[in-house]
Design a protein around this ligand. Structure first.
Ligand SMILES: C[S@@+](CC[C@H](N)C(=O)[O-])C[C@H]1O[C@@H](n2cnc3c(N)ncnc32)[C@H](O)[C@@H]1O
Length: 175
């Protein structure tokens, strides 16, 4: 699953490279959904490669996780550069918090993982404490392929360092 896939380039690349897996994308930005769908049916790439392993929700991620995804059913999730909401009074709008991490945990299988990336140092700390409090274990695996999304390239161009984490759901789910 990719949550907040933007224009969908990363999700499409993953789906093309792993046709044996099924992918779910969630995005509230309708223009991003349209871009992904156009690329999925474009003659230049997806149609010729017969990409049939992507499903898309145009809805809020938390509501999709709660209402459309059975518990323990996901192998993994990517949340790449969720909106940082830099102003302190807007931090409550941030997608990742302990409650969201708990909902995501309940939808992952034991041993499933979530990869998160951000260029906001304080959001990185919030992400880490949210996932740890939801029973995830931090994994230090080298993650090199998430720094090519539209947002990552913009952050790197503006010389903001990226933080990338992988959190693994333990066998014992607190939920
Ligand atoms: C900063 S952009 C990053 C997009 C892309 N992942 C990238 O790295 O280029 C954050 C994305 O998350 C989406 N988003 C924000 N809140 C969301 C929510 N509650 N559910 C699903 N998508 C959401 C936004 O529409 C936006 O496309």
């Amino acid at each position: 699953m990719e949550i907040g896939f933007g224009s969908g380039a990363f999700l499409l690349e993953k789906a093309v490279s792993a046709p044996q897996h099924d992918f779910i994308g969630i995005e509230i930005y309708v223009t991003g959904i349209a871009k992904l769908l156009v690329n999925l049916i474009s003659k230049d790439n997806a149609a010729e490669l017969s990409v049939t392993n992507v499903r898309v929700f145009n809805k809020d991620a938390k509501s999709v996780l709660i209402n459309n995804i059975p518990p323990g059913s996901l192998d993994g999730a990517y949340i790449l550069f969720p909106d940082p909401w830099h102003k302190k009074r807007h931090h409550k709008r941030r997608l990742i918090n302990p409650e969201f991490a708990g909902v995501l945990s309940s939808r992952l299988r034991a041993g499933g993982s979530v990869v998160v990336a951000t260029d906001s140092q304080d959001y990185a700390a919030e992400m880490e404490s949210s996932f740890i409090s939801a029973g995830f274990v931090s994994d230090s695996e080298e993650l090199s392929d998430v720094d090519r999304t539209t947002y990552a390239l913009k952050a790197l161009k503006e010389e903001r360092p990226l933080k990338v984490y992988r959190f693994v759901r333990g066998k014992c789910n607190p939920d």
